[in-house]
Design a protein around this ligand. Structure first.
Ligand code: PMP
Ligand code: GLN
Length: 379
């Protein structure tokens, strides 16, 4: 049958995690912690599972969780949102991204994405008849060239997708970046999709949420994920904040993609957010220690790197080890022969530049990081 997504195969995350399992390699490829979420949170899930909360949740999300989200963004970003009309709980950030794109992108629309780009954006754009316009970020800074963005904008530009802290590079947008974005879209109808799933994993200075900027927030879908914040990627619970008219459109898709999101876990997350707000406040420090440990452990290896500024990913350059090997081959070799799985970075580009970069996930127990580093220092 004709395929609607000719460029898409199985995701690199599935591929590399599978290869890691087959070869018994330490899996620093797909991004997920190898430790559990907080016990008090798991206890609340058990409580709700055992007390009759196993039927459909409200379509937009349980009120207590939407209230907790609204309170958090008011406290952290000074942004007042209506839990009723502007907050939607989704089945992971993945669903929120898909629904936001599907809600507004029409055939012929262009959507600006910055490469290396998280892999779920483009298929969603294409399924809706849109076209992804790729602007490549260049190593080592991976900064956005706002002149290039200005040049790429035309009457068909429907949306710009940004992601900060950025997967896979670990770069973080600055206040000046948001100033540039604000100036760029000021007199236009361009919508924004801001993927902020690593909002609480930001090391140098505070995360610049679009929610801090009324002029940007009024045209934005802001997406986050409880998977990253609470070490529970397998729960697939996320959310989208958007002005009421955009939320109305988003919910039209959400109600037919999934209708609603896992009920007992939403209730547990609401309790935990309310009772333990320090969890997300302490997260930058928690992950900065892991980043520092990992960077310290591989500093005498032949990999070169700049410490990540956010996310739980560290990019490394392997030019000194295998200058002639492409990154997909290198990541596979690292998995099968060295015993440490990584993600090649070129797969996140439309046209990959000549670079020798792979991504490691450091959301791992210190012992896992030590074992991995030992192997990485031997090559
Ligand atoms: N966006 C980015 C940048 C991510 O790294 C992830 C992590 N998988 C997602 C979206 C999806 O999040 P979720 O697992 O909540 O669907
Ligand atoms: N976001 C995760 C990563 O970047 C993977 C999510 C997935 O496997 N779909 O590794």
């Amino acid at each position: 049958p004709p395929t609607k997504l000719p460029k898409v195969g199985t995701t690199i995350f599935t591929e590399m995690s599978q290869l890691a399992a087959e070869h018994n390699a330490i899996n620093l490829s797909q991004g997920f912690p190898d430790f559990d979420g907080p016990l008090a949170l798991l206890d609340r899930v058990t409580y709700y599972l055992e007390h009759g909360h196993n039927q459909y949740a409200p379509m937009a999300g349980v009120p207590s969780l939407r209230n907790a989200i609204a309170l958090k963004v008011e406290q952290l970003y000074g942004c007042q949102v209506s839990p009723d009309t502007e907050v939607t709980v989704t089945s992971g950030a993945t669903e929120a991204l898909f629904a936001a794109i599907g809600a507004v992108v029409r055939p012929g629309d262009e959507v600006i994405v910055f490469d290396p780009a998280y892999d779920s954006y483009e298929p969603a754009i294409e399924l809706n008849g849109g076209r992804a316009v790729h602007l490549a970020l260049q190593a080592p800074t991976f900064a956005i060239d706002w002149q290039a963005v200005r040049a790429a904008i035309n009457d068909n530009t429907r949306m710009i997708i940004i992601n900060s802290p950025h997967n896979p590079t670990g770069t973080v947008l600055s206040a000046e970046d948001l100033d540039q974005l604000e100036a760029l879209v000021a007199d236009s109808d361009i919508l924004l999709l801001s993927d902020e799933v690593y909002e609480h994993i930001c090391f140098n200075g505070s995360h610049q949420s679009l929610l801090c900027r009324p002029a940007l927030a009024k045209r934005a879908f802001v997406v986050s994920s409880f998977g990253k914040t609470y070490h529970t990627t397998g729960w697939k619970v996320g959310y989208c904040i958007a002005p009421a008219p955009l939320t109305t459109e988003l919910r039209k898709l959400h109600q037919y993609l999934t209708f609603c999101t896992v009920h007992p876990i939403q209730l547990a997350l609401a309790d935990f957010m309310t009772d333990f707000p320090e969890h997300y406040l302490e997260l930058p420090n928690f992950y900065q220690q892991k980043r520092d440990l990992f960077c310290q452990l591989i500093k005498d290896s032949r990999f070169s790197f700049q410490p990540s500024n956010g996310t739980y990913f560290q990019l490394v350059d392997y030019s000194a080890i295998a200058p002639d090997m492409d990154d997909v081959t290198f990541a596979r070799w690292l998995t099968t022969d060295v015993g440490v799985a990584a993600i090649p970075v070129s797969v996140f580009y439309d046209v990959a530049p000549q670079q020798r970069l792979v991504r490691f996930c450091f959301a791992k127990d210190d012992n896992t990081l030590k074992q991995a580093a030992e192997k990485l220092c031997k090559i």
